[in-house]
Design a protein around this ligand. Structure first.
Ligand code: PGA
Length: 261
């Protein structure tokens, strides 16, 4: 049985410029160190706009902060004539450890498909960056009772044909679209139902050990007040946090979920 270290990843989305990012990471780090947070019990990461990465890197490196950082998207291409895109190697050169892929906002507003997500995951794995692969159903699919097969299929397409080594460089995030930014959190049992099914699908695609090692996060209106009950579910290994990650004190409490379990 592998011990999966919980990961709390704050997805800032398109918020905070590079100066604000510095202040934000300083405060987050202060809250966590003041509370003597043990990072071996839960990792803390921030997924920031591209324009913040250099500033966050400089701060984290120079002050040796225990916070990890990453990006919110990447190009599937290695280099070339792709105006506006950012490659995995460019992220790597800024010390990026994580990158979200296939967030529902990317899927909905930019038409990202599972096949594109799959190409991006490969590009990241080649650069040794851990993908946070997002999957989750819209409200109509949940209402029709098809959320488990829909989400499992989306995961299968998103991680299709990855080698076990590539898969080891991924984290999965189950984010039901109806729970994102709405205050409408899935019940812990709802989240466990889907996340348990995702883990089973990985066991079928690979094997039980690979499935056992995979970190699967829940995302959608996670706050300090509901994180402990979500984390109490056996297959949930952390959270992808949007709105609440913009408040450093609140996000530090989410990272320290074990304190208020
Ligand atoms: P939320 O966003 O926590 O604001 O619901 C989650 C996400 O979009 O990753």
């Amino acid at each position: 049985m592998t011990t999966r270290i919980p990961l709390m990843a704050g997805n800032w989305k398109m918020n905070l410029n590079h100066l604000e990012a510095i202040a934000q990471v300083q405060k987050l780090s202060q809250y966590l160190t003041d509370a003597k947070h043990d990072f071996a019990t839960a990792e803390a990461a921030v997924l920031v706009p591209y324009t913040d990465l250099r500033s966050v890197q400089t701060l984290v490196d120079s002050d040796n902060l225990p916070i990890e950082y990453g990006a919110q998207d990447v190009s599937e291409h290695a280099s070339g004539a792709y105006t506006g895109d950012i490659s995995a190697d460019m992220l790597k050169s800024l010390g990026v450890k994580f990158c979200a892929v296939g967030h529902s906002e990317r899927r909905e507003y930019y038409g990202e498909t599972d096949a594109l997500v799959n190409a991006k995951v490969r590009a990241l794995a080649a650069a040794d960056i851990v993908s946070i692969v997002c999957v989750g159903e819209a409200l109509e699919i949940r209402k029709a009772g098809n959320h488990v097969p829909y989400t499992v299929d989306s995961l299968k397409g998103s991680i299709a044909d990855l080698s076990p080594e590539e898969l080891a460089k991924t984290v999965i995030a189950y984010e039901p679209v109806w729970a994102i930014g709405t205050g409408e959190v899935a019940t812990p049992a709802d989240a466990q139902e889907v996340i348990g099914a995702l883990r089973e699908a990985i066991a079928e695609m690979y094997d039980a050990d690979v499935a056992d090692a995979m970190r699967i996060l829940y995302g959608g209106s996670v706050k300090s007040g509901n994180v402990a009950e979500i984390m109490a579910e056996k297959d949930i290994d952390g959270a992808l946090v949007g709105g609440a990650s913009l408040d450093p004190e609140e996000f530090s409490k989410i990272v320290r979920f074990a304190d208020h379990a």
